[in-house]
Write a protein that binds this ligand. Structure first.
Ligand code: KIV
Ligand code: ZN
Length: 501
């Protein structure tokens, strides 16, 4: 059975989704989870694009064990040198360089001819190879590139030392049959001299189908993102391509190294960090992906699971919601359960979380695994807190004007303020804005409940914009207004962290 490498680009192409930008701490948290998922390669960013990307690549390379860590670089000397700077201390590293090859891009965007594009591609692969062994090259817009020229470029960069050639369907234009045939041609030309990778965008909803067709025709690496996030309509969805290969191994005769039981947790983390919700009917990770509504289906399932279930929910990390703890659970049981859920936390983090768990247990009788996950995700990967919520009280009702009194710490000083609003959230946000004296605009506000019941933990995600740049904030609490306040303050802290020199 062939082994297909999974190259995860959630932190690079995924981050190109509108509004999905992540800070360094969030990227590191996600990279650790990608390592638990056992992806083969993490594309951690584009080193030259910003100091934040540079730092994230560097720290992921230094701190996250397991996967190869990769930086993107245009086929330019300064990009490749910057990628090397970011990666030089990483034990397992790759430089991924790219140049467009389609006539449309060369003529209108780069204003160079085919010979010059080929020359630059070869020279930059050689330069990257002078720094690292593991070099990947992508002929951008490959699927709209004239086939003969594309084959020449591929052959030349492999001869120059590229160990992987990635064939991007940059604009999501190709179709499964056509793309499979292209990959077969490339395989004929280069044989086993380099790994053929594919990178499909989802503009026509075909990214997963195109990637699978490529695998069937000789591709050995698939580039993808968690939840399929990415530029425009997104990228090939990791969970879909991996589960298709696993479920239909009889057809593809190929497997991956992915620990599929980590899929749901990774999907939730990406959704939480980016604030991009997963649609309920999304394959593999949507809330309804394993829900059977029809009476006929339920009848079949009760008789024999395989009548209507082609994958087991537990194989993607979905447990039937389990009651785990309550207010009498002790610190030891709490620590053990967090470990079973796959969180590796320091004693100090566990102690802090235990206090929060006890407070939650006072408000909520039954605590489920999902609640614990939300608690951990809510408490970790926070930027340094300039603003902190100390207290919040609300009065509101059918006949009363909603009023919020917010007490907040800024640095070491405590401030409070009472404000009225159109609703309790509006009043709370007015008070926070007045205390913090900030000028951002609220762009979106989403609420969802973790598990069910009136005492469920509520999770709020907001997006704020300041000076044309967006930021997301999250908060979780059994009190939805407190969750909303935490989310807003989280976003303000991220904005403040950005402004620091
Ligand atoms: O879509 C694309 O072509 C890319 C390249 C940089 C690989 O993201
Ligand atoms: Zn892309």
């Amino acid at each position: 059975m062939r082994k297909i490498k999974i190259f995860d680009t959630t932190l690079r192409d995924g981050e190109q989704s509108p509004g999905a930008s992540m800070n360094v701490e969030e990227k590191i948290q996600l990279a650790r989870q990608l390592a638990s998922l056992k992806v083969d390669i993490i594309e951690a960013g584009f080193a030259i694009s910003s100091p934040g990307d540079f730092e994230a690549i560097k720290r992921i390379g230094d701190e996250v064990e397991g996967p190869v860590v990769c930086s993107l670089a245009r086929a330019r000397e300064e990009d490749i040198k910057r990628a090397w700077e970011a990666l030089k201390d990483a034990p397992r590293r790759r430089i991924h360089t790219f140049h467009s090859t389609s006539d449309i891009h060369l003529k209108y965007q780069f204003r160079v001819d085919r010979e010059e594009a080929l020359r630059r591609s070869v020279a930059m692969v050689e330069l990257a190879r002078s720094f690292v062994e593991d070099v990947e090259f992508s002929p951008m817009d490959a699927t709209r590139t004239e086939m003969g020229y594309l084959l020449d470029v591929v052959e030349a960069v492999v001869a120059a030392g590229a160990k992987t050639v990635n064939i991007p369907d940059t604009v999501g234009y190709t179709t499964p049959e056509e793309f499979g045939a292209l990959i077969a041609e490339i395989k004929k030309r280069i044989g086993n001299k380099a790994v053929i990778s594919v990178h499909c965008h989802n503009d026509l909803g075909l990214a997963v189908a195109n990637s699978l067709s490529a695998v069937a025709n000789g591709a050995g690496q698939v580039e993808c993102t968690i939840n399929g996030i990415g530029e425009r309509a997104g990228n090939c969805s990791m969970e879909e391509v991996v589960m298709a290969l696993k479920t239909r191994k009889d057809f593809f005769n190929a497997s991956t190294n992915i620990n599929t039981r980590e899929i749901v947790r990774t999907s939730r983390l990406v959704s939480k960090i980016t604030g991009i919700p997963v649609q309920p009917n999304k394959a593999i990770v949507g809330a309804n992906a394993f829900a059977h509504e029809s009476g006929i289906h339920q009848d079949g399932l009760l008789k024999e699971k395989t009548t209507y279930e082609i994958m087991r929910p537990e194989d993607v990390g979905l447990q039937s919601t389990k009651l785990v703890m309550g207010k009498h659970s002790g610190r030891h049981a709490f620590k053990t359960r967090l470990k079973e859920l796959g969180f590796s936390l320091s004693q100090e983090e566990i102690d802090g979380l235990f206090e929060r768990f006890k407070r939650l247990a006072d408000q909520k009788k039954d605590i489920y695994d999902e609640d614990l996950e939300a608690l951990v995700l809510d408490a970790t990967a926070r930027p340094p807190e300039l603003y902190r919520l100390v207290d919040l009280s609300i009065t509101s009702g059918l006949t009363q004007k909603p009023t919020a009194t917010v007490k907040m710490k800024i640095g070491e000083e405590i401030f409070d303020r009472m404000e009225h609003g159109d609703g309790p959230v509006d009043a709370t946000y007015r008070a926070i804005v007045a205390i913090s004296n900030t000028k951002s605009t609220l762009r979106s506000f989403d609420v969802k409940s973790i598990t069910g019941g009136t005492d469920a933990l509520g999770e709020v995600s907001v997006s704020l914009e300041e000076e044309g740049r967006g930021v997301r904030g999250n908060g979780a609490d059994t009190d939805i207004i407190v969750a909303a306040a935490k989310a807003y303050i989280d976003a303000l802290n991220k904005l403040a962290a950005r402004k620091k020199p």
